[in-house]
Design a binder for this molecule. Structure first.
Ligand SMILES: Cc1cc2nc3c(=O)[nH]c(=O)nc-3n(C[C@H](O)[C@H](O)[C@H](O)COP(=O)(O)O)c2cc1C
Length: 145
């Protein structure tokens, strides 16, 4: 059993999670960070919390069930996964998780703090490449092998 969880501020990760869930034949659920990130102050808060690696309180639209493999989709903030993604990883230590990040151009090699986060694999969809659907297909292919 596998399912997709996403955290989003502006909708890209929800869209990617939807496509991934369809490809996997899985369902998608939202990770909600209790902080407000809208507007200019929200943007600044997001950057500040991310660069400080702040732990944030999260809720989920459905609790993961033991034994499920989880695909976790969300944005890069300040060169690493958004804080809600780290909190989600920590909240469910017993689950195998694959992380699918998306960003505006920073390549995976340049991203800080990932790899040691306890994710089985990390993918990056770089919106500068404008090939989201192809990237998702490649992820699905790699995951099915
Ligand atoms: C606070 C903040 C910091 C960001 N930092 C980066 C960054 O370091 N590198 C990058 O390429 N994109 C960065 N972005 C852009 C997001 O990763 C990108 O817009 C992503 O697609 C947003 O996903 P979402 O629509 O699901 O929220 C940042 C966005 C925010 C709000």
């Amino acid at each position: 059993m596998q399912n997709v969880y996403y955290f989003t501020r502006t909708g890209s990760s929800r869209r990617i999670a939807g496509k991934l869930a369809r490809g996997l034949g899985a369902d998608q659920y939202e990770i909600i960070d209790g902080n407000r990130y809208d507007g200019i102050f929200g943007y600044l808060r997001a950057g500040y919390y991310a660069s400080r690696r702040r732990t944030v309180a999260i809720t989920v639209s459905r609790e993961p069930v033991a034994g499920e493999k989880l695909y976790v989709v969300g944005p890069v903030w300040a060169g690493g996964p958004a804080p809600a993604l780290r909190s989600f990883r920590k909240a469910y230590p017993g689950h195998t998780m694959v992380l699918i990040l998306n960003d505006l151009g920073q390549p995976l090699e340049k991203l800080k703090h990932i790899g040691s986060e306890g994710f089985e694999r990390v993918y990056l969809i770089n919106h500068r490449d404008k090939q989201e659907d192809r990237d998702i297909e490649a992820i699905l292919l790699e995951e099915s092998i």
